[in-house]
Design a protein around this ligand. Structure first.
Ligand code: ADP
Ligand code: ZN
Length: 730
């Protein structure tokens, strides 16, 4: 890509701001000039706002009135490829540019004036008088033991105004000093000796390296069962990218997986990569954001939002566990990080590696069609074998009331424990019981704000709505008929399963892994480390355990209810169940000891269960793809959701119906509208939600038609409209 153009002082430049003003505005380049892509502060009305110099100004009006750029901020200008990416991502997701730019400027301290930064750390003196606010500031400084913060960070962390911090600084209780400039990350050495690769790993590595060395765009599906050595392979791709002097990004679906990965990076490259997710401190985020732009970091490991870091020269993006639903951002700007990774790479001549044991159907189809290359790792690395899989036909098992572990599974668990091995019982339901019912009148306790049942959490001693997080104490009497002492739990959650395990395996040490039982990612990580070391005999877990953790002593996985995901009308249900079951069963037998997985099911002849058991994956994917194709559904057709929400139910339905009537812009591209219908989650936090689904043929220009369609109506004040391109559920 060409060098960035430079604008001399006084030249007209067009600046895109993060404020919803609709379009880029013209300003004059400041003293000293500025580069295209420069992060700047510009006046907007009476305020100063953050923006990026987008290109030459347009002129064509009274240019004497154009105001100058106030400040050029202390950050490397945004690369041209990054600007192109933001434009295309905005078009694709139908997000206004300011919203897109906000995703790319989530950098603490970015708006600080240039020059040395002032930071604050704990001082030597006692404040003359302690107030509540002052105590909070001191507490934060004590908590972070010696760390230095910018004024804004410290005030925000303590929940006080900046004047409190300044007041403490005057008394020496807080010291103000100049921060050293952000340091580049230690160089990763791609030429340290890696592991000796197995034959299929070496071939895979060769193929990936070729694309990287040629510096061209390409996407590769790296498919292999858990433990087949995918990580090892893509680390070699990272090495090649670093040798080319370009930057690499590895996206992981779960913060809890980062620690293990960081260790592997350090082992392979002799230094730590940059880390980007919600658990990273402000200071570190600021440094990473900057170094991404300056090229001072070679490898970044992060959550989906890392895709919007302003990389100087990105040569490789790895999306690990690419099928994971957490890659879809469901709030604010609705995007799928996997798709955005492909878009970004295609605009900067980078390679994408989509790694998974169970890719999503879209990816599988793209690979079949030759749009993506495909690499298969078919065996587990070394001695580890794939676990044996079997179904337990629950119709033939005798179960006492409120028991969920059948005799067959129970004796398998016992057998493992006697050998000093671990067993995992998988149940994808948090809490104690999914339903609380009144035995007198049949009433089920629901959330007051959502269309969801309240889930009993005994551990918290409360009922919790998994939709909006609302909690309330378990009532004594039925809220409907007032009968006392008649409320009863129905069905199992992991907490209830833990109760059964405690009763039936009194000698076993039991660990429950459910996201709501851990206060932080670190606590969870520590727990996982302990369990891997052998502190538990029976592990009870939700979806959380399906995600790539390594338990060397684990040799048995028992799925309590393999049918759970098969109910419901979601077209993706089969795919999801298939993925989840394969992921979970892949947890067993990851080292020398052979593993086994048992699926409790009431419908062993169901096509999905059969496909899981037989391991005939390709046949499963082909059948699923054929079904989607027949229905004209993604990836063979295009789909978009328009979700309307309002506290007033009449408003959403009326607006939705009116929108559905005015479908001319959609008909012009041959698209159809369905709905309005209650959204998959029909009420959240007191807002009623309806959804219109738009279905179009594959080549249709969907986005412009959608934009024109929704522009026809003025949106009422109490209504929100969100466009969801490629919705997850349909
Ligand atoms: P995946 O990412 O497919 O789950 P990993 O790359 O994590 O698989 O590999 C599984 C295990 O095998 C890891 O413990 C890894 O260190 C080990 N491993 C993989 N490839 C090699 C190799 N070539 N030499 C030595 N150990 C390897
Ligand atoms: Zn709720």
């Amino acid at each position: 890509m060409a060098d960035q153009s430079f604008f001399d002082e006084g030249a007209l430049v067009s600046v895109l701001t993060t404020e919803p003003v609709g379009r880029a505005l013209d300003y004059r380049a400041p003293e000293g000039g500025c580069f295209a892509g420069a992060f700047v502060e510009v006046p907007l009305g009476p305020r100063r706002v953050l923006g990026v110099v987008w290109g030459a100004g347009e002129g064509g009006y009274d240019i004497a009135k154009v105001r100058p750029v106030t400040l050029v901020l202390d950050a490397a200008p945004m690369a041209e490829a990054m600007r192109a990416f933001l434009i295309r991502a905005a078009e694709y997701t139908l997000t206004p540019m300011p919203g897109m730019l906000r995703l790319a400027t989530r950098a603490p301290g970015l708006a600080d004036p240039p020059g040395p930064r002032r930071v604050y750390r704990k001082g030597w003196a006692k404040p003359d008088r302690m107030t509540d606010a002052r105590t909070r500031v001191i507490a934060v400084l004590d908590d972070y033991g010696g760390a230095a913060f910018t004024l804004g960070e410290l005030a925000a962390l303590a929940g006080v105004s900046t004047s409190v911090v300044k007041g403490l600084a005057k008394q020496g209780a807080v010291v103000e000093e100049e921060a050293p400039r952000d340091l580049p990350y230690r160089r990763l050495d791609p030429d340290l000796a890696g592991k000796d690769l197995a034959e299929d790993q070496a071939a895979a590595t060769c193929q990936l390296r070729a694309g990287i060395a040629e510096g061209r765009y390409g996407t590769t599906l790296l498919k292999g069962v858990t433990g087949s050595g995918k990580t090892e392979v893509y680390l070699e791709a990272v090495a090649e990218c670093l040798r080319m002097g370009r930057q690499a990004l590895v996206l992981l679906p779960e913060i809890a997986l980062t620690a293990e990965f960081l260790n592997r990076v350090e082992e392979r490259f002799g230094a730590m990569p940059g880390e980007w997710h919600s658990g990273v401190t402000q200071t570190e985020r600021r440094r990473l954001w900057r170094m991404a732009g300056e090229g001072g970091v070679g490898l970044v490991v992060g959550a989906r939002s890392a895709l919007f870091l302003p990389f100087r020269d990105l040569g490789l993006i790895v999306v690990d566990e690419e099928h994971d639903t957490s890659y879809k951002q469901e709030d604010g700007v609705l995007y799928n990080a996997r798709d955005m990774a492909v878009l970004r790479a295609s605009l900067c001549d980078a390679q994408v590696v989509l790694a998974s044991a169970t890719p999503c159907l879209e990816t599988w189809v793209n690979a079949e069609a030759g749009k993506y290359s495909r690499i298969n790792l078919t065996s587990r690395f070394g001695v580890a074998e794939m676990p044996g899989l079997s179904a337990i036909d629950m119709r033939a098992e005798t179960l006492e009331a409120n028991r969920w572990i059948g005799p067959t599974l129970a004796s398998a668990v016992r057998e493992r424990n006697e050998r000093g091995e671990q067993a995992l019982l998988f149940l994808n339901r948090r809490g104690y019981a999914p339903v609380t019912i009144c035995r007198a009148c049949g009433h089920q306790i629901g959330c007051d704000h959502c269309d969801a049942r309240m889930v009993e959490h005994r551990f918290l001693k409360r009922l919790v709505c998994h939709q909006c997080g609302e909690t309330k104490p378990m009532p004594e009497a039925c809220p409907s008929c007032a009968a006392e002492g008649r409320l009863a739990p129905v069905g199992p959650g992991v907490e209830r399963l833990a109760e059964e395990v405690a009763e039936r395996f009194p000698e076993a040490r039991v660990a429950v892994l459910s996201s709501d039982l851990f206060s932080s990612a670190r606590a969870l990580k520590d727990k996982i480390g302990e369990i891997a070391g052998g502190t538990a005999d029976i592990i009870i877990g939700t979806q959380l355990v399906a995600k790539g953790h390594n338990f060397p002593l684990l040799t048995l996985v028992g799925v309590i209810d393999a049918d759970l995901g098969l109910q419901g009308s979601d077209l993706r249900a089969a795919e999801r169940t298939f993925q989840l079951m394969r992921q979970v069963s892949g947890r067993a037998g990851r080292s020398e000891r052979p593993g086994e997985a048992m699926l409790q099911t009431y419908q062993p002849e169901h096509a999905v269960i059969r496909a899981i058991l037989s391991g005939e994956e390709e046949a499963f994917w082909r059948a699923e793809a054929a079904e989607r194709q027949a229905a004209g559904m993604p990836p063979f057709g295009r789909l978009a959701g328009v979700v309307l929400s309002s506290p007033d139910v009449q408003t959403v339905f009326d607006f939705g119906a009116e929108l559905a009537r005015r479908d001319a812009p959609l008909r012009r591209i041959g698209a159809q509208v369905f709905g309005p219908a209650p959204a998959p989650v029909a009420r959240v936090r007191g807002r009623h939600r309806v959804r219109l689904l738009v279905k179009a043929a594959k080549g249709a220009a969907l986005q412009p038609a959608l934009a024109e369609w929704v522009r026809q109506l003025k949106i009422p004040n109490n209504l929100r409209l969100a466009i969801d391109i490629d919705p997850q559920s349909f």
